[in-house]
Structures are given as structure tokens and as C-alpha cells.
Design a protein around this ligand. Structure first.
Ligand code: DAT
Ligand code: MG
Length: 196
């Protein structure tokens, strides 16, 4: 509690001296380094972002909270979150590489059958680690302990989406979110989940 108060007090002082230039970058720069190890490239690495979506079956089955909790407990930071009914147009852009697949019509039916909860998580190696947490596409092959391995049994209802590459994540985040819907915020304990 005392550390938290000192952190807040320090931020207030920083903002006082920094005038009105309140960006997340300026706040982070003002925070203490850990053994002076922080660099811009380190920051880029720890700020990797990925798109995670709880699909309609996950929402219907009340799994949203458990899925969010897994990402929070792992150490990632939530920077965007919303619930929406997906349009076929958005879906066709999201799954542009799959539109010719025989299962695509059923995929559209499933993905537009109810609301989805879509979110952006940030942190070191976010894309790769999230894919490992989500598990293989076909739940029959997904390991226990993964989201799909714990909560699903069939590829047509696999509960959750996760971006599969940093480039894909960037495209998907831009597709699903407006810039102002994502928040750059700094954790008081910004070096508690990885060294900067
Ligand atoms: P992932 O969601 O693991 O990235 P993907 O991008 O290859 O997998 O496919 C997107 C979704 O399409 C997947 O989560 C479920 C559905 N899907 C993939 N292969 C399928 C199949 N053979 N039959 C039915 N649905 C499939
Ligand atoms: Mg995919």
C-alpha cells in the first residue's frame, strides 16, 4: 500500500513537472529503471499486442470471465475490450484466408450466431504465448491446460480466437478496434512481469 502511494505521488510530481504532456511514454520514462536496463527495443518487445476473442459459444457458456482471468494471471495487460455482434463483412475480412474453405459458410453462421467479446492483450511475446495458452485449432488435439483443451471438444466450436503472428495481430487489432478504443496505460509495477 505504501509503495503504491509512493508510486502515485511520484506520478503526480512527474505530471506537475512535465506540464500537460501526458502520454504513456512520458509516464513510463519517468518511472524507475531496473538496474538501468530499459531500452526502446526492450519496450517494443514487452509491448507486443495480440487480439483475443471469445467466440459466441464461449459467451453463451459464460466462459468470458475465466478466459480473461487466464490472461490476467499469466501477466498480460488488458488494453482493449468490447462486446459486439459481428457482421459478415467484418468476419470475411478477419477470415479472408478461409473464405474458400468448405467449412466457411458454417463458420460464418457460428461466428454471427451471437455476441463475441474481443480484446487486446499486451506484454512480452504476447502473440506466441497466447497461442500456446489457447491451444491447437482442433480441440481434440489441444492439450489439457489450454483454453481449447479445457473447454471444448470440436473444431467447429473452439471457444476462442488468438492472432497467430505479430503481423496478423496488428492487422486484426486495426480491423476490430478504432485507435481511441485502445488504452496505453502503465502499471505501477511495470517491471513486475518482465525485466525492462
Ligand atoms: P485458429 O483459430 O487456430 O487460428 P484457423 O485460423 O486455421 O485456426 O481457423 C479459424 C477457425 O476456423 C478455427 O478456429 C475454427 C474454424 N476451422 C478451422 N478448420 C476447420 C475445420 N476443418 N472444420 C471446421 N471449422 C474449422
Ligand atoms: Mg487463425
Amino acid at each position: 500500500m505504501i509503495i503504491f502511494q509512493r508510486c502515485i505521488f511520484k506520478r503526480v510530481l512527474q505530471q506537475f513537472y512535465a506540464g500537460s504532456q501526458e502520454t504513456s511514454g512520458s509516464l513510463l520514462r519517468g518511472l524507475p529503471t531496473l538496474n538501468g536496463h530499459r531500452s526502446e527495443s526492450n519496450l517494443a518487445g514487452v509491448r507486443e499486442r495480440t487480439l483475443i476473442a471469445v467466440k459466441p459459444d464461449g459467451v453463451q457458456r459464460r466462459l468470458v470471465g475465466q478466459i480473461i482471468q487466464r490472461f490476467e494471471l499469466r501477466g498480460f495487460k488488458l488494453v482493449g475490450l468490447k462486446m459486439l455482434q459481428v457482421s459478415e463483412d467484418l468476419l470475411s475480412r478477419h477470415y479472408s484466408q478461409l473464405t474458400g474453405k468448405p467449412f466457411y459458410p458454417d463458420l460464418v453462421k457460428y461466428m454471427t450466431s451471437g455476441p463475441v467479446v474481443v480484446m487486446v492483450w499486451e506484454g512480452y511475446n504476447a502473440v506466441q504465448t497466447s497461442r500456446a495458452m489457447v491451444g491447437l485449432t482442433n480441440p481434440a488435439d489441444a492439450q489439457a491446460g489450454t483454453v481449447r483443451g479445457d473447454f471444448s471438444i470440436h473444431v467447429s466450436r473452439n471457444v476462442v480466437h488468438a492472432s497467430d503472428s505479430p503481423e496478423g495481430a496488428q492487422k486484426e487489432i486495426q480491423l476490430w478496434f478504432q485507435g481511441q478504443e485502445l488504452l496505453n496505460w502503465d502499471c505501477c509495477y511495470h517491471n513486475i512481469t518482465c525485466e525492462l
